[in-house]
Design a protein around this ligand. Structure first.
Ligand SMILES: [Zn+2]
Length: 458
């Protein structure tokens, strides 16, 4: 059954898929999933004239596998002088998609392939370059099986020669220009904890007497979203009167700090002669990275997951930034609110990834989790400074989606002079999401001593 990934024909039945169906949870970290049939017409891949070798039957799978085998064979064989030297000059800036996958207009790449005869005149039968996408999993269905571990697909190919061409030594290096508009819906280069997506330009040049020269160059593709208005969210914590107002940037970047404004209202409840109020004792923020990936089984190991067209879903969650604060906010019991600004950072040492969602099941998202420990106290209205702790304490927990993307830097979309392709969605009004908040009893005996030892249970 032909399948499709990233808009191109894969023609290998069980490997890359559009999207999973029927997830059966086995345990918390992985589950067997059905992989769906293709949902889009596949693009016919042109035949590779003159690239005989082991993949002469032109089967997609064989061809992509033959590259690795070829590399292995090459390392064992005695070094032979290559008939030509292949080098590449990229002329386009680093490939950067602007906007999300469903809106991006893609990235233009252009460059020159340089071909230099090494010894004498040489007749080249073919010079072909592939834009390759390699998806890999660190949790293959079968340990150490290369076919379970990674899959190579061709997104585009350039056939530089329509007929054999003689490269004269006298002429020296000759340049073959190339360019391509990489479609903006494909995932950016990603190196997750489980899954990765890499792109490369792979050149194969073949002489009329069958000698082959290869060259490969990594192509890093990033995705940036346009900065927009800050996002305002309000979270409520019934049965208390507390409301937490949070303002976040609409996008953040993997390395660096960003400000988060917090204001909690409803902390004071006044009665006739006295008042009870919540005092913020501790605030913890944490940035979580959630990654999921479907490891497909190769044809040979399909039985391990219950047949072809199935894979195993893996999940990996980790913290990529966290901080505890016990001060730094402003409390106003008269107004009944406490406010402050957090500086939230995602550390480079964690190799944080950008958000991604790929057709093969790789998905990375981020959350900002806030936890606030509040302690209740009582005070007479006449002397509000003379407060007495009541002993009650609560832990408030809430979280927010973080949109993590690359910095656009000086990069602008290649079509920036054209009308924008994206819908300029206005900032949404504050919304109430009780699903995302929780209030828990604080169970320590004496908050004043115990707060130092508080840990967050996840
Ligand atoms: Zn396998």
């Amino acid at each position: 059954m032909p399948t499709k990934i990233f808009g191109i024909d894969l023609r290998k039945s069980s490997i890359a898929q559009d999207r999973p169906l029927a997830v059966q949870k086995r345990n918390s970290t992985h589950s067997v999933v059905e992989l769906s049939p293709p949902s889009m017409d596949h693009i016919k891949r042109p035949s590779i004239a003159g690239l005989g070798k082991k993949h002469s039957d032109k089967k997609e799978k064989d061809r992509s596998l033959s590259k690795d085998k070829h590399a292995k064979d090459g390392s064992r064989a005695l070094p032979q002088p290559k008939p030509v030297k292949l080098t590449m000059i990229m002329e386009s800036p680093p490939a950067l998609f602007i906007d999300p996958p469903n809106q991006s207009t893609g990235a233009l790449i252009s460059g020159r392939l340089q071909v230099t005869p090494n010894a004498g005149d040489v007749v080249m039968n073919s010079i072909v370059m592939y834009l390759e996408c390699t998806t890999s999993t660190k949790r293959p269905v079968q340990d150490r099986c290369r076919e379970c571990m990674s899959h190579v697909t061709d997104l585009y190919e350039w056939n530089f020669l329509s007929k054999p061409k003689t490269f004269h030594e006298f002429d020296g290096m000759q340049e073959l220009p190339f360019s391509h508009l990489i479609p903006g819906h494909i995932p950016a280069t990603t190196h997750g904890q489980i899954g990765s997506v890499d792109y490369s330009l792979h050149v194969r040049a073949r002489t009329n007497d069958g000698k082959e020269t290869e060259s490969r160059r990594d192509l890093v593709i990033s995705r940036a979203l346009r900065p927009g208005n800050d996002k305002n969210s309000v979270r409520i914590f019934p049965p208390t009167n507390l409301s937490l107002h949070v303002t976040l940037p609409n996008i953040v970047h993997p390395i660096g700090d960003f400000p988060v404004q917090c204001r909690m209202t409803g902390i004071t409840t006044k009665r006739e002669d006295s008042q009870v109020r919540w005092r913020l004792r501790k605030l913890t923020w944490r940035v979580e990275e959630h990654e999921s990936m479907i490891s497909p089984a190769c044809a040979q190991h399909a039985a391990k997951v219950g047949g072809e067209g199935k894979g195993v879903q893996h999940q990996h969650d980790r913290d990529i930034g966290a901080e505890e604060m016990k001060q730094g906010w402003k409390t106003d019991f008269e107004d009944g609110q406490v406010e402050g600004e957090l500086t939230v950072g995602i550390g480079s040492s964690k190799n944080p990834q950008c958000d991604v969602e790929a057709p093969n099941g790789l998905k990375i998202t981020h959350n900002l989790v806030l936890e606030l420990v509040i302690a209740e106290e009582w005070a007479p209205n006449k002397k509000p400074q003379q407060a007495t702790p009541t002993g009650a304490a609560r832990v408030l927990r809430t979280q927010f989606n973080l949109s993590v993307c690359a910095r656009s830097g000086m990069g602008i979309s290649w079509d920036d002079e054209m009308p924008p392709m994206y819908e300029d969605v206005p900032a949404s009004p504050p919304h109430y999401q009780n699903d995302h908040t929780s209030v828990m009893d604080y169970t320590g005996n004496d908050l004043h001593e115990d707060v130092e030892q508080l840990t967050l249970n996840r």
